[in-house]
Design a protein. Structure first.
Lengths: 394, 362, 362, 394
């Protein structure tokens, strides 16, 4: 192994070291060794040594592999090809030791031994494959029941929060919907044919533990419509145990709709379901019983026209298998996008370009004041009705 | 060419395995019937079901870029203490799911002995979400894993202990593509360029489409041109703000510049719909040099912001809410960060960030 | 031609007379040394100076479009009760400035006997600021003075009495040029067009510059063209949102259309930096027909909004603050106004009005 | 006089009627009579009968008169020419009966007898002059000490709130500054030579009674920097007299920086000078002693690129005659505008186009965080410094 004085500095300190991880693999694996050397060079020269893009893949799939070639491959032959395989992770990132070990076995045989658990989109990322071994890796993975995730202009690997599997707040079954959507759209996931990428993310409640509102084209975030469920005894217990209910709970409610006079009183019509009070007193407060989700669309990173947070499209929807209603909406949206999308324009930008009102009209979703925080403040209205000379409304 | 046999064996579009296979029996039995949770101590959660059953979670750090050795090791621990069940979090921590309360301390003991800190729950700093950097991306203006390592080394006590006003979410991205929720983090570290892409007029006409290259620029800085009779593009240097999007679209416009690439620091973003709702991260420090391997300027800047927040924030006040309460003027004076022209927005919605009221603190 | 003598007599750039000439001696003596004020009753203010001196103000309505007869009449009153001193307010009311408290009631008596209501102070509706309309402007999509008259007839009790949660400022503008603070009023009545300008291809080349006409359109709907070999412009009807700016720049593009011109209603703007600061007015009702002379649809719509606010707003809550507290969804349901596609912004900053959080009332 | 059945409807009701005003003049004045007839026609046909623009004026002045011609002048000869004369009103709209009567005399002799007291910009507007009488009117007005106001691409007639003349809140002398600015810029007011209109407005405190923040290119709004002055006895009196201090005062303070425990305590560093508490208790609370103003720029109506509120340029400035500092700033701004302005682009739009940071730098005003409500949230920064190969900062 080459000398890595700079990277060695990153083995110091209390946080687990990725350099130590690379070294562990590099000891037994030429590809990892190549990466180690190239990375030391990057640290020295303060620049990347990966070439721009490179298209590789497995048969029948239009995505799931990110091609990566080194520009110093001669010096570091192990790094010359160093492709990424995006393996579609399990819903909620649940595993057994047994299943993970089988993936490790395959990866040790054919790849660098290095991984990302997980990639930012959610994939179980295998980092550093040769072009030649891609097919083998794919076949072995699929034999063990694993498939590839997404890349390119199509559906990306959906991901979801831990939801009902381990969280009392979950307002719908995030794992089930995640799995159903993933299976329903295998073709769109594996054979990208959209104008640009499309990300689904599923959070069980407004805490949004999978950051859906910040980074998915289509975010489904659990919420409820009726009254927050209160266990007054448990509430009293929190207060007895020292909770400063005035400062830490009442004053932090965004609409100031909770009161306390020994028992809790919530003015539910004013509650915006922000979760704060429930988070502070999970034993005493719970979401209502009329549960479902809010659909928001269009989040993305800044490139090209600035970052977007997702915005409300459907204020409330109930979610039960077979999920026909939500799939119907998705179908309409993709038809719309097919007609109106432009290359490298995310759906969020597309909606802004055509106007949220026109978009909702086109996909047949009801237009309610809840989709905006305020009505327009400029007088530039595209009136569509007018009177004709004869006096009829045109 | 694959043989017919191979083609048959090869299954496509099977999707990920159904999650049921990976759920502990306690979870299966109480699925959707959890009643409440408690944080027993930093890094340890207990979820109690309506049935009275409890599942314990121990949350441990991971550098995310991990070897199969690491995975095998945590699998060993999962088998020893957790009936083989474990999961990862949306911020790349490892979660061990325990049925038996007595296993908690021994598990934590082993983890810590092996240099894997436990924590990240509640009002603490959890794992940093990050991107590829020099490890795997052609776009990177800095390294991501390295920055994560040095920053978490500095902030490790806030991972291990719940000693902050609220959750503090940090993200690192190595270029403006921002692969992660960098744009909505309490603190974001963002790699960036400060010089104009260099056009390779030889390769450009061969490998790039001129119209899509021109269209790629958010600020209309790129125009078509002819160089030595060949089609190419030129950049209006006054309009370029170094976003690198042209390079993403056209490889013949490399923007990396080791001398000038570096890091910017952003604060006050948020994802959760709690209290004041989601918000974007805002510029705190426009530029710090790339100083690997340990980026001392970056770690001390982050440390400073975190400590000022830790001292001044009130309970349940995320970074954004704290700054909202005290105002940006005070944020800059408390942290000692200089406010410059660069902090004033000059992009699409710039005017909306101008102060359009006389309301301000003296 | 003017004679030399005339030219000499003619003084230019003398500016307005210095205000000192027009100040009551009590004001001059206590100038800048006022201590506090009280509203003695609706329409009557008392300002007490540090010296203990008091100046009384009686505020009376004016239709703004007034004859010299009206001016002479209020001058008479000013001489009778106010030592000849009076002023106008920034909302076009008349203010009588009295040294003698005993003159207040007689003055009010005379005013009211002559059909001039007194009020407009404190938590009331003051005079409507407005524009020229059909009385004097070529741009007008409706009349301003007429709308003011019929709306104030309807709301007169709220002018005379301080019976609202807070000040309520109404403005009328007869076209999108909005000559006044229409864009920042509690309630605004805005005249507008709904059809595309009609191009007079004969006159256009003679009287308009093509480039500035093309540039005048906020939405790039106008393009140069040739009609019968002559330069002119054409309008992309799908991009035109009837703002009339092209007509301002080029008289050969009249946009008036009696059949389709009408009125829109806006709410929740504010100027003062009090509490939540200034804000723009937002669309409440996209269109009501021009129905002179008394615009019944408009008066009943305004009356409805005012009464709903009067019933539901809390003390010191301006229209904007009230809606902010209850939310727009509730505003639409309480007022019974229909929310439509037109209410959703689709101009420059449209996305920023989309709801980018799950936070909302059911 | 012609029949006016429609307009007659507007003589009903309790609000004083502009129709009655027109009729009063029309009884003795042909021009007013013409207007009355034309207006009835407009009411009938639901459209204006004024032609587009028309340039008229008085010698030596580039503005101050708005030309207006009827398109039904033959039917209503009195309305054929119906120009507006903008007379520069007094600071704070103060008058004596004597002065107003003299204006009435002139106007009855030469015009329609109809006026606006005042126009939206602030002028004393004489409504309805013939082209031929403009010079005479001007000369007679100037003999009485009156001058024209502004129009076109230049300084418009400045206006100000009642300020120190009758208001205890005024933080600087609005009338004096208004007068000084009006006199200093007579040339810019009467001979418009800017890219577009320029409006000055002056309010004595953040209540902004002249709506400066909404409709002036250059707004000066009084404020203070030190502690709010408290008279505790007067405060107690308000509470005794029934003021609900919790709901109406404390809870409405935007930064919640006031407390009450029998006496008032204000955490002044957190006060944003919003005036609310002072407005509620004018006898008990007063602005601090370190008084001055905030300069904001760029307000305008929606045409062309959307309405703007003014934004802070100078967070705090002291204002004393001869007002050199503020005039220095105005000079720099006009120089900047001269170089960078575009026809029909207001200064507010210009500042947005070049960027507030660049604008402040160009006019030599200090860049402080107070000019924004938040720093940028997009990463599109125009870096101006960089390292050169040799290692120096460029
Ligand atoms: C691997 C990963 C980062 C990581 O370290 O985890 C990644 C890596 C890349 N991303 Fe990403 N993105 C990854 C998650 C994201 C996310 C986060 C998410 O999906 O939740 C975002 C922000 C959310 C969003 O989609 O906007 C993201 C926003 C981008 C963008 C900007 C897109 C935009 O519309 O603004 C680009 C640029 C592009 O598409 O051309 C991009 C492009 C890229 C490319 C393909 C580079 C390029 O210019 O072509 C990177 C390949 C790196 C490599 O060689 O491995 N990546 N990228 C993540 C995918 C792993 C996985 O499958 O799990
Ligand atoms: C395990 C995980 C979900 C998963 O599927 O992986 C998770 C689990 C829980 N979250 Fe979360 N959150 C997780 C990522 C997030 C994220 C996403 C992120 O960080 O990228 C967010 C949004 C962050 C943001 O706003 O920027 C998030 C915002 C919350 C909040 C809201 C905090 C706030 O006040 O703003 C709560 C409520 C709380 O903590 O009281 C919450 C609460 C919880 C609870 C208490 C829910 C429950 O009853 O089980 C769980 C334990 C939290 C803890 O760590 O104290 N979770 N949580 C994620 C752990 C990440 C990690 O390793 O640290
Ligand atoms: C006379 C006048 C100034 C002038 O130079 O002409 C004036 C005079 C006073 N204003 Fe004003 N304001 C005057 C127009 C305004 C305007 C401008 C406008 O309406 O176009 C505003 C901004 C309105 C807005 O926000 O849309 C204005 C917002 C205020 C406020 C803030 C109200 C609020 O809570 O938002 C106060 C404070 C208060 O009323 O307690 C105030 C207070 C005052 C006080 C009490 C100041 C004082 O101590 O003397 C004066 C008596 C107010 C009253 O009517 O109750 N004045 N005031 C204007 C009377 C107009 C009229 O005829 O009704
Ligand atoms: C007379 C007056 C309305 C009134 O009834 O009071 C008025 C009348 C006209 N305004 Fe105005 N504006 C008047 C105050 C305003 C104000 C309010 C103010 O100054 O405080 C505004 C909003 C503030 C602003 O400046 O943005 C205003 C914004 C406009 C605009 C839009 C400017 C913009 O940048 O958006 C135009 C269109 C233009 O300039 O081409 C305009 C144009 C016009 C024209 C000249 C029509 C035109 O298109 O050329 C109108 C002449 C009417 C006539 O024939 O008498 N007028 N105009 C006001 C001037 C009287 C006076 O001198 O006191
Ligand atoms: S998003 Fe809600 S339901 Fe999902 S894990 Fe977080 S707190 Fe639980
Ligand atoms: S969920 Fe949020 S808005 Fe609703 S009552 Fe609780 S704190 Fe208030
Ligand atoms: S943020 Fe940029 S450099 Fe980093 S992984 Fe994503 S695309 Fe690559
Ligand atoms: S780096 Fe960005 S701003 Fe500069 S030319 Fe390329 S695309 Fe345009
Ligand atoms: S608002 Fe329009 S129509 Fe009315 S006076 Fe102003 S420019 Fe003329
Ligand atoms: S009316 Fe307005 S939008 Fe329509 S063409 Fe004219 S300038 Fe353009
Ligand atoms: S702006 Fe302030 S100083 Fe001027 S009149 Fe209004 S309250 Fe008084
Ligand atoms: S002026 Fe406004 S911000 Fe200051 S203390 Fe009074 S209410 Fe609070």
């Amino acid at each position: 192994m080459s000398e890595t004085p700079l990277l060695d500095e990153l083995e110091k300190g209390q946080w687990p070291s990725f350099v130590s991880e690379i070294k562990k693999s590099a000891k037994k694996n030429k590809k990892a060794e190549g990466l180690l050397g190239q990375l030391e060079l990057s640290y020295k020269e303060k620049k990347t040594h990966w070439k721009h893009g490179g298209i590789v893949g497995v048969r029948g799939y239009g995505g799931g592999v990110i091609g990566r070639f080194s520009d110093v491959g001669e010096e570091f032959p192990g790094a010359a090809h160093f492709h990424t395989i995006r393996v579609n992770q399990t819903a909620g990132f649940f595993y057994t030791a047994e299943a993970l070990r089988k993936i490790c076995d395959i990866w040790d045989r054919h790849g660098s031994g290095l991984t990302n658990l997980h990639g930012s989109t959610g994939d179980l990322v295998l980092l550093g494959a040769d072009t030649d071994s891609l097919e083998d890796i794919f076949c072995e993975l699929s034999k063990e029941g694993w498939d590839l995730g997404g890349s390119g202009g199509g559906v990306r690997t959906p991901s979801c929060c831990v939801g009902p599997a381990r969280c009392e707040f979950s307002c719908y079954d995030t794992l089930a919907l995640n799995q159903d959507i993933t299976m329903t759209y295998q073709d769109e996931l594996h054979r990208p044919s959209f104008a640009y990428k499309w990300k689904f993310k599923f959070s069980g409640c407004p805490n949004d533990c999978v950051a859906a509102i910040a980074r998915s084209d289509f975010a489904v975030i659990g919420t409820w419509r009726d009254d927050i469920q209160i266990d007054q005894d448990a509430a009293a217990e929190y207060v007895q145990n020292g909770l400063d209910i005035q400062t830490d709970l009442l004053a932090k409610c965004p609409t100031r709709c909770i009161e306390w006079d020994g028992s809790l009183r919530i003015n539910n019509p004013d509650c915006t379901k922000c979760m704060h009070c429930i988070n502070v007193m999970p034993k005493a407060l719970r979401p209502g019983k009329d549960k479902g989700a809010c659909i928001l669309m269009g989040a993305k990173a800044p490139i090209v026209q600035g970052a977007l947070l997702a915005s409300v499209i459907v204020p409330f929807i109930r979610l039960q298998p077979p999920y026909d209603e939500i799939k119907g909406i998705i179908k309409k949206i993709w038809e719309f996008w097919d007609e109106n999308g432009v290359a490298r324009e995310r759906i969020g930008e597309c909606i802004q370009r055509v106007g949220l009102g026109n978009f909702l009209e086109a996909i047949g979703v009801e237009i309610s004041p809840q989709v905006v925080t305020q009505p327009r403040d400029n007088p530039y209205i595209f009136y569509e009705e007018y009177y004709e000379e004869e006096g009829g409304e045109g | 060419m694959a043989t017919l046999e191979e083609l048959k064996a090869r299954k496509t579009d099977i999707g990920p395995p159904p999650v049921e296979k990976f759920l502990h029996s306690i979870i299966k039995e109480n699925y959707g019937k959890w009643r409440y949770h408690e944080i027993l101590k930093s890094g340890v959660l207990a979820h109690t079901a309506e049935s009275g059953a409890v599942i314990y979670t121990v949350r441990a750090a991971s550098p995310r870029l991990i070897s199969t050795d690491f995975i095998r090791y945590i699998c060993d621990l999962a088998e020893k203490y957790c009936d083989g069940y474990l999961r990862f979090t949306s911020r790349n921590n490892v979660e061990f799911l325990l049925a038996n309360k007595d296993n908690i301390e021994p598990l934590i003991g082993e983890l810590e002995n092996n240099g894997i800190p436990v924590g990240g729950t509640g009002r603490s700093i959890s794992n940093i979400v990050h991107t590829q950097g020099w490890v795997h991306c052609h776009s990177a203006a800095t390294d991501a894993s390295g920055l994560v390592k040095v920053v978490m080394d500095e902030l490790i006590d806030h991972f291990k202990n719940e000693d902050l006003p609220a959750k503090l979410r940090i993200a690192v991205a190595c270029c403006l593509n921002m692969c992660g929720a960098v744009h909505c983090s309490d603190i974001a570290i963002l790699g960036l360029h400060r010089t104009v892409p260099k056009i390779d007029n030889e390769r450009l006409p061969k490998i790039c489409e001129i119209p899509s290259t021109v269209a790629s620029c958010p600020n209309a800085a790129i125009r078509p041109t002819f160089i030595d009779g060949k089609k190419s593009v030129k950049i209006d240097e006054d309009r370029c703000m170094y976003c690198g999007n042209c390079y993403t679209v056209c490889p013949a416009m490399p923007i990396a510049d080791p001398l000038n690439d570096g890091v910017s620091i952003w604060v006050g973003g948020k994802v959760a719909n709690t209290r004041q709702g989601p918000s974007f991260t805002k510029l705190a420090i426009p530029f710090l040099p790339n100083n690997p391997p340990r980026w001392p300027e970056v770690t001390s800047a982050i440390k400073n912001i975190v400590e000022v927040y830790a001292r001044n924030g009130k309970k349940y006040e995320r970074m954004a809410e704290w700054i909202d309460r005290i105002g940006w003027t005070k944020f800059f004076s408390l942290t000692g960060i200089q406010f410059t022209k660069y902090h004033i927005d000059d992009f699409k919605h710039a005017g909306l960030s101008y102060r359009r009221t006389t309301q301000m603190r003296s």
